[in-house]
Design a protein around this ligand. Sequence first.
Ligand code: NAD
Length: 372
Amino acid sequence: MRNIRRIEDFNIDMMSYKVTLIPGDGIGPEVTEATRRVLEATGVKFQWDIGYVGAEIMKTAGTPLPETVLQSIRRNKVALKGPVTTPVGSGFRSVNVALRQSLELYTCMRPCKSYPGIPSPFKNIDIVIVRENMEDLYAGIEFQKGTPEAAKIIEAITELSGKKILPDSGISIKPISETRSRRIVKFAFEFARKNGRRKVTAVHKANIMKFSDGLFLAIAREVAKDYSNIEFEDRIVDNMCMQLVQKPQLFDVIVTENLYGDILSDLCAGLVGGLGVAPGANLSDEIAVFEATHGSAPKYTGLNKVNPMAMMLSGVLMLRHVGEAEQAVRLEKAIASVIAEGKYLTYDLKPGAAEKAVGTLQVADAVIEKLS
Ligand code: NAD
């Protein structure tokens, strides 16, 4: 998947891969444990370096993202991460965003693929979303309503643009740079080239945000010129949402900014069966952190209820990344075959027959059974 495929690029000891394992919170520990079990069942050897993040560790470490966890990921270069809860509206900032920013994990790559047997009106979808992870409204540059900082920003904007902003406004800033736009669009084209993909679609709102999204689009068009054998097109984000629901088979690789990527990832996950089967990876040129698209679904914590397949499919991406392509194919086939058989599936893949659904643990057992 990335260009670090040589054995010396990974932290390997006695032919086992050292991987930082972050259980996360909410449903995180259950889905990461299920994934650890199926990964080990492939026969590939791992040494798991466990790292705790989030609200619980904050009580003792004083931060929801301890430096020791970042050091572990930097050392191992590969991590498998469960979801982590972000308090809404107040409390600490997102650990997920902080992790991506601290490690410069500039790409969020999320494949959305139809597996036969998944209950969905849409078939034959194979879309990969490449989302910029570092800037946009997600960069976290914000000014709270009523603070002297917000007042200063409002004053400066009024002075510079002549536009009136109400004094009781909160402000979030949307930086989009040429450097990071070029880097993410290049990643999308390189990914398309290496994986035999035919088309890249850039998604934006350049008609309205001419200096941020307009810049992203201009750079995308420029980069596309270097890849003449890959088709390039662009779509305005609202139109893209409609087209994805009407004719998703038209799309292949989608490259977009941070916020649109966040929203489109869930939309595309919905097309292929939901968050329970939507994997992902956050990548820099050196480090890869594999995690599902879904969050910590707190209401299901500890209930042995949710689908571990999104996390397992993130594990498939991880196997491919470290060069264990054969085992990646084997594990993906085992998951696909459990889906196709339809017997050992969680509630989300058993609409209308929830009483016949099994739990997280049983799905892991079924996948392991297929592997053996
Ligand atoms: P969510 O993805 O946690 O859950 C939304 C709904 O999707 C759930 O209620 C459930 O019905 C379904 N769902 C999610 N995962 C599933 C699975 N594996 N199997 C079956 N059904 C599943 O989204 P949310 O409720 O908006 O967010 C909860 C928390 O997670 C928030 O604090 C949010 O910030 C955080 N979050 C973390 C990450 C991450 O760690 N990368 C990503 C997204 C959200």
